[in-house]
Design a protein around this ligand. Structure first.
Ligand code: NAD
Length: 500
């Protein structure tokens, strides 16, 4: 297929949609209700495919399969090396299918195809490898007890887990949660976002090819209020890991508490400060600041949305930033020359445009952008507001789009105070060459991750999650694996039992 975009012509092979049904107990099946929903191409608003609409009945079937696989199946009982072997095979299959997976996420979510193929899909595979390597290093300890006893701890899989994921990084979120759950020996029901079901179903098919036994990994596509809610309130799910909005996170926690008190991990929204001090290379930092708000069209929870610039370089910074925006290309995500694709769907597109209107009404100065970037599809120009005050809506609420709020500050203390003036606490950026400032600010900002002279520096080894209303618990790193395990203490006499 040939598409025209600005001056560049490029060729893509849009993927054939192979999987549209629920994946339960190793089989692709229709929803019990027989219902389907449409998944939409954000480049043009057209229907890509009709997908099975799972609801409570389907979640019940998936949980039954996962429970059977956990209670009676081989997965938790395998030698860990066997789990590792299958997970590594799963990762290799992702690599072998990276073009198709990247294309599915571009089609469903408007993500950049080249970046997906080169970075995000290989990264999704790496997450499985990281946890595969940990599968045989899960162990407890031996403990002294008083008297004639000693004890030891067993680290056991927590059981059947529900994994509810959002639409902004469909493949990476999938393996970020599935990886540690598999390594721990859990079985699971994954609920991808209704906007992006395609790659999750493809990944389920790859898991089967890798030999992961039926019932271990189930995928139920459908809406949050039905399928998602059925997971968080389920009496036979032992843990829920949720990534999404703070509002829905609250509902998930309430449902978990009102049902079987299952533990929850919540990765929620953010409103991250990106703080720039006078001593930086303005050109380089302007580039990074623009990327911090436009990467994945701003649809990333750690986007550097509140950009605080110290007064000495403020004017020079604005000039550089606007120069960079000039050459920023918004367009078809399959075009390798494009920097920013369409927002995920019409709802998100309208939400972002309405925040831009609110910004204007509340008195912020629109420096650039602020409009749709095409006649069809959900494209929005990179948008920069100046003269933003801390109490404006655009400085407080998560927009989840390419909208930057610029603010000027004088001192380190002011930067810390204003950086922390948010209900969220997911991430922060600190740009300075002064070690004292870097250390002071990074220790004072209340956020789960602080990037010094870099941004979006992720690693599978680095735990990732929020302070305050950005949630609790961590994805990635060994901390995530821990949350899929529970500790059993075993006590016994060293010699003859005093009680026998
Ligand atoms: P969302 O909360 O609307 O949906 C997330 C998932 O929850 C989807 O699968 C959805 O179907 C499901 N869901 C919706 N209602 C539900 C309910 N009542 N019960 C159970 N599940 C339900 O979020 P979204 O719009 O898909 O994603 C954007 C949000 O996710 C943003 O707020 C963003 O900051 C956040 N996010 C956070 C992180 C992080 O790591 N902290 C990462 C990515 C996205």
């Amino acid at each position: 297929m040939a598409l025209q975009n600005g001056s560049s012509e490029y060729h893509i092979n849009l993927p054939k949609i192979k999987f549209t049904q629920l994946f339960i107990d190793g089989q692709f099946v229709h929803a019990v209700s027989g219902k389907t929903f449409e998944t939409i191409d954000p480049r043009n608003g057209e229907v890509i495919a009709k997908i099975a609409e799972g609801d409570k009945d389907d979640i019940d079937l998936a949980v039954k399969a996962a429970r059977h696989a956990f209670d009676n199946g081989p997965w938790p009982r395998f030698p860990p090396s066997e789990r590792r072997r299958m997970m590594l095979k799963f990762a290799d299959l992702i690599d072998q299918n990276m073009e198709e997976l990247a294309a599915l996420d571009s089609l469903d979510a408007g993500k950049l195809y080249s970046f997906g193929k080169l970075v995000e899909i290989p990264n999704a595979a790496e997450k499985l490898r990281y946890y595969a390597g940990a599968a045989d290093k899960i162990h407890g300890s031996t403990l002294k007890m008083s008297g004639q006893l000693h004890g030891y701890t067993l680290r056991e899989p927590i059981g059947v887990v529900g994994l509810i994921i959002p639409w902004n990084f469909p493949s990476q979120m999938f393996t970020m949660k599935v990886g540690p759950a598999l390594a721990a020996g859990c079985t699971m029901v994954v609920k991808p976002a209704e906007q992006t079901p395609l790659s999750a179903l493809f990944l389920a098919h790859l898991a089967k090819l890798a030999g992961i036994p039926d019932g271990v990994l189930n995928v139920v596509t459908g809406y949050g209020h039905s399928a998602g809610a059925a997971i968080s309130s389920h009496m036979d799910i032992d843990k829920v890991s949720f990534t999404g909005s703070t509002e829905v996170g609250r509902l998930v926690m309430q449902a978990a508490a009102a049902s079987n008190l299952k533990p929850v991990t919540l990765e929620l929204g953010g409103k991250s400060p990106f703080i720039i001090f006078d001593d930086v290379d303005v050109d380089k930092v302007a580039d990074l600041a623009l990327r911090a708000i436009t990467y994945n069209k701003g649809e990333i929870c750690v986007a550097g949305t509140r950009v605080f610039v110290q007064e000495g370089i403020y004017d020079a910074f604005v000039v550089k930033l606007l120069e960079k925006v000039e050459s920023w290309v918004v367009g078809d995500p399959f075009d390798p020359n494009v920097h920013q694709g369409p927002q995920v769907d019409e709802k998100q597109y309208n939400k972002i445009l309405s925040y831009i209107e609110i910004g204007k009404k509340e008195g912020a100065t629109l420096l650039t952008g602020g409009k749709p970037a095409a006649n069809k599809g959900y494209y929005i120009e990179p948008t920069i507001f100046a003269d933003v005050t801390d109490d404006m809506t655009i400085a407080k609420e998560e927009i989840f789009g390419p909208v930057m709020s610029l603010m000027k500050f004088k001192s380190v203390e002011e930067a810390i105070k204003r950086g922390n003036a948010t209900k969220y606490g997911l991430a922060a950026g600190v740009m300075t060459n002064d070690l004292n400032i870097a250390n002071t600010v990074s220790r004072s900002i209340r956020a789960g991750i602080v990037w010094i002279n870099c941004y979006f520096a992720f690693s599978d080894t680095l735990p990732y999650g929020g302070y305050k209303m950005s949630g609790f618990g961590r994805d990635m790193g060994m901390e995530s694996l821990e949350s899929y395990l529970q500790t059993k203490s075993v006590a016994m006499p060293i010699h003859n039992s005093p009680w026998l």
